[in-house]
Design a protein around this ligand. Sequence first.
Ligand code: GRF
Length: 212
Amino acid sequence: MKKLVILISGRGSNMQVLLEAKLPCNIAAVVSNRADAEGLSIARSHGIPVAVVAHRDYPDRASFDAALARTIDAFDPDIVVLAGFMRILGADFVSRYRGRLVNIHPSLLPSYSGLNTHARALQDGVKIHGCTVHFVTPDLDHGPIIIQAAVPVLYDDSEQTLAARVLQQEHRIYPQAVDWLCNGKIRLDELGKVIFTDRKQTGFALVSPSLP
Ligand code: GRF
């Protein structure tokens, strides 16, 4: 069975759905860069070992990344899952886990990489928004895409209502992507393409606002 380490920085709702999804893997640890991350107590209540590597304790990104990698490697994981981990990771760290490091981002990448995705989507008046699970590469939020979910943006949406609609979908697609990884149903090839061994697809279209 594959071993996973999950990295968080805060609330930990994506981590929680992964812990509760009965995935075919062993979740070896949850690691946070903040000792006050709410997700740490959720992990503890599930009996998962937790560790904190506080970025503030390190003078620069390289030394933080090295300490984080040491902590992760002590659990010897096959897969490292970023679930609301809010630090940018350097190229050395990312290449160390090539093909084994995944992230969830609250937008339909490559649109709205970076922060404040929901506010920016509302500002632009887009009618469809969503979330993306992708392999992590040194190019921030631009790694090869594994799965995406799209949601409509409604006329009276606030940042909060839109974020909630997207989060609901995050909680569906992240366990699915991690399940595929654990079962060896996807991998990253040498050219940086996501290879699916199981190629079931639908031809469903989301139109927003809906057609009469
Ligand atoms: C999620 O929206 C995720 O896409 C983004 O940060 C948020 C983390 O939420 N990377 P949570 O900590 O999983 O509740």
